[in-house]
Design a protein around this ligand. Structure first.
Ligand SMILES: Cc1cc2nc3c(=O)[nH]c(=O)nc-3n(C[C@H](O)[C@H](O)[C@H](O)COP(=O)(O)OP(=O)(O)OC[C@H]3O[C@@H](n4cnc5c(N)ncnc54)[C@H](O)[C@@H]3O)c2cc1C
Length: 410
């Protein structure tokens, strides 16, 4: 269902009176990713809640309706040389399926920019939402310094639609860095790990450090060797040049200095599983084809070197952020029948846990039925919060982040 803003509350109240199950949704681009919701379940889309409500360039804040596509938010900010410091999600962009800002917050996934700018939840300063019974609530505010009330912003980030429907968000914005360059090194894991360790402790403060495995490099049309891609930004060309020089001096491996658009093209090609071709600066085209396996990986950053060399990553393209130890792994979207098996993914999950992290299954091939996530140690607390927000268990039944099994007994 795609209610108009004026119809939304009545619809939610009706669903509550009937005790019907329903799923808050943005643009529906990635609704089926993660654990399946129990049927029957009405999908309530926020697509009609769209547009920028308030933009204060001087205060670096923007308030948007939850159904607004992320690309539209970035476009509005771009007119004032500002941006929201999050990555374009997997599969977004030209030819792909655009996602909403509400969906982005509800999934709570950040990419490599987290290294410098922190995660999605850290960009959020205010939220408006509707509970399962149709009651509306607000938390936070519209200014960066605000401390009053409960921090519902962090609670709803990564809630996967299980606690309520987000209707509006106020986010912190940043000035766009005027100059960006990427420096790419390819070689052995030990050299890349050494460089990444040094960088994290240095004063260079890169925007991001992405570590790709050899499969991802090959899919992007590069030599099949692990790769470290370092994103630098500055207001000043001489400073940027100095940073590049420092990196070249530091590492024995040959460096390639690139325009930011080139790395976008590489990633687009790698995600599309297209035939390898020399990298160009052409606009990336990301196909809508989804991979059979799409996994969210996390390990302690100082254990990344071990993860990247493990056999459990065979057959997967892997892109990890060296600063946070978080990233994604996927099979070639062109391969309908992925060679990667459920037992390999289980082994990878054990490895991630052993290395101080976790693995979330976002997509899996038909027939595989791995739990999207394992029980978090805080499961009792998560379930208690769920009961307070949604006592009748109407929202996203079967999907509660941090709880491996559905809650049938709420
Ligand atoms: C670098 C990066 C990588 C990412 N990779 C992935 C990925 O691999 N897989 C993935 O799923 N996401 C990923 N994301 C998050 C992605 O941005 C969102 O999943 C996407 O934007 C959702 O768009 P949508 O509007 O179509 O949401 P939908 O597909 O409609 O919904 C997505 C989820 O959000 C919930 N939801 C949506 N809108 C609301 C709302 N208004 N209130 C409450 N809950 C809501 C839904 O219940 C569902 O659980 C990534 C984000 C980043 C930054």
């Amino acid at each position: 269902m795609r209610p108009e803003p004026s119809e939304l509350q009545e619809l939610v109240r009706d669903l509550h009176r009937q005790r019907s199950a329903w799923l808050p949704a943005g643009l529906g681009s990635r609704l089926d990713w993660g654990p399946p919701v129990q049927e029957p379940c009405t999908v309530v889309s926020c697509a009609a809640l769209r547009g920028v409500r308030e933009f204060n360039p001087g205060d670096f804040t923007i308030t948007v309706a939850a159904g607004t596509p992320l690309v539209e938010v970035q476009e509005a900010l771009g007119h004032q040389a500002q941006w929201l410091s999050v990555d374009a999600p997997w599969g977004d962009g030209e030819g792909g399926a655009a996602g909403s800002i509400g969906g982005l917050v509800a999934r709570g996934l950040a990419g490599g920019y987290r290294q410098r700018y922190l995660g999605v939840r850290d960009q959020l300063i205010g939220i408006a939402l509707m509970r399962a019974d149709g009651v509306t609530a607000r938390a936070g505010g519209k200014v960066v310094k605000n401390v009053a009330g409960y921090d519902l912003m962090r609670l709803f980030t990564g809630s996967w639609g299980s606690l309520g429907l987000i209707t509006e968000l106020t986010l912190r914005t940043l000035p766009q860095p005027p100059l960006r360059r990427s420096v790419c090194f390819q070689g052995g894991a030990a050299e890349l790990a050494g460089l990444s360790r040094w960088l994290l402790g240095s004063s260079l403060s890169p925007e991001r450090i992405d570590w790709w495995n050899s499969n991802l490099a090959a899919a992007a049309g590069l030599p099949p060797e692990p790769l470290l891609l370092i994103g630098l930004a500055s207001v000043d060309a001489a400073t940027l040049q100095e940073q590049v020089r420092c990196l070249q001096e530091r590492c024995v491996l040959p460096a390639r200095v690139l325009e930011a658009a080139t790395t976008g093209t590489w990633l687009a090609r790698a995600r599309g599983g297209k035939a390898a071709a020399p990298p160009t600066d052409a606009v990336p085209t990301i196909p809508t084809t989804a991979p059979a396996w799409l996994l969210r990986l996390g390990v302690s950053p100082d254990r990344l070197e071990t993860l990247m060399q493990d056999q459990a990553l065979a057959g997967l393209a892997v892109d990890m952020a060296a600063g946070s130890g978080l990233g994604l792994a996927w099979t070639d979207p062109a391969e309908a029948q992925a060679a990667v098996t459920s037992s390999q993914v289980l082994a990878l999950r054990s490895l991630c846990v052993q290395l101080g992290g976790h693995l979330t299954v976002l997509r899996q091939p038909p027939g595989a039925s791995l739990p999207a996530w394992l029980d978090a140690p805080s499961r009792p607390l998560i379930e208690a919060i769920k009961r307070r927000f949604d006592p009748a268990g109407q929202l996203a039944p079967g999907r509660l982040p941090g709880v491996a099994q559905s809650l049938s007994t709420l």
